[in-house]
Design a protein. Sequence first.
Length: 137
Amino acid sequence: MRLGSKIALVTGAGGGLGGATAIRFATEGAKVVCSDIDLAKAEKTVSMIESRGGTAIAYQCDIADPAQCNAQVEEAITCFGRLDVLVNSAGVSLHRLALDTTIEDWNRVLNINLTGSFLTAQAAANVMLKRGGGRII
């Protein structure tokens, strides 16, 4: 159990890569906050973790919202006492030609994939630095 004493927050934990990451972290012994905009999908990941004997909670978060980015970090601390690892896995993509993409579509992708990851990393770094460090992926 390489992560036996660690607390991890995984964004996008209801999706393929984020879900697999959350499950792997739990398999390695971490307690995991499974964050996703779709709570039902995050809860499904939590169920898979718990069925394997792991510990996890689901948390609904739209990382395009700065307040929610901070709130998910605070939830990790409230539930597990600290945060050791953040995995930024939330993201969206457009399945259309660039010529068919509106500026609103483009800005949504940037707000989730870049700004949301930055804001979550910033919130996590603030609490990690206060306790001597952590890891942001």
